[in-house]
Design a protein around this ligand. Structure first.
Ligand SMILES: [Zn+2]
Length: 247
């Protein structure tokens, strides 16, 4: 996916939200994106909101839920006293609604991440808005309440995600750090190496408890094992992962 690195952060109040207006950095070539699509993705990086606390880190997981992985991640986090945020895709929610409820019961944050994880730059405005709405509705139906968090697929923020989040009064989140754990064959060691230094107050860390668009990356074992290691890092640094706050 896209690695925007750490960006400039604006503080708004002592306990308010921070907004990293625009993050520069490297955009990877997921799905063999064209140079033009990558440039568009960089321009459209979703804004990042962070809770200002000296102890809070925000682990986030995209594309799930996925049996055997989402629940394993929850177990590891909860054993260490941590909670994360899961941005679910409607297509996986419809297959595993029980996992949405399991995540919510663990006190984790739940947001939507579209239905079909479509490449927004290739599709029309209405097609994308319908996909966002369908995904959001699937999460709401499984959860029994309205989610207030949203992350567009690929972190691609444009007028459609702006319109969608404003219309439904959602808070949209990007991320500050990721470890390319969506790549087939990625190892636990490389994920931990990429994120160890990023585990700092205010970080919004992107990981994946599922992958929608690449069967070669369906196995999330490396990410699950990395979560176990990252929990150790959090505990050593006296930091705690907390859900992102919605409206
Ligand atoms: Zn995604």
């Amino acid at each position: 996916m896209f690695n925007f690195g750490s960006g400039p952060v604006q503080r708004v109040g002592r306990r308010g939200f921070q907004v990293a207006a625009r993050l520069g950095g490297v955009v990877d070539h997921r799905l063999g994106l064209s140079r033009r699509a990558n440039a568009a993705a960089e321009r459209h990086a979703a804004p990042i909101y962070e809770i200002t606390s000296s102890r809070h880190v925000h682990l986030t997981f995209d594309d799930g839920p996925s049996p055997g992985f989402t629940d394993a991640i929850c177990d590891l986090l909860e054993a260490g006293g941590h909670q994360a945020t899961f941005f679910f895709t409607g297509c996986n929610v419809e297959r595993h609604p029980d996992l949405v409820r399991r995540v919510s019961a663990g006190g984790h944050g739940v947001g939507s991440h579209s239905f079909g994880h479509l490449p927004q730059w290739e599709r029309s405005g209405p097609r994308i808005l319908l996909d966002y709405a369908r995904g959001h509705r699937a999460v709401q139906q499984s959860l029994g309440s309205k989610p207030t968090l949203f992350r567009p697929p690929y972190g691609h923020h444009d007028w459609r995600s702006a319109l969608f989040t404003k219309g439904l009064r959602l808070r949209q989140f990007g991320w500050t750090n990721e470890a390319e754990d969506w790549k087939p064959g990625v190892t636990t060691a490389s994920i931990v190496a990429d994120l160890e230094d990023a585990i700092q107050p205010g970080a919004v860390v992107l990981l994946h408890d599922a992958i929608v668009d690449n069967p070669a990356a369906y196995d999330r074992s490396a990410t699950v094992a990395a979560v176990g290691e990252l929990v150790k890092v959090l505990n050593q640094r006296n930091l705690v992962s907390r859900p992102l706050a919605g409206r």
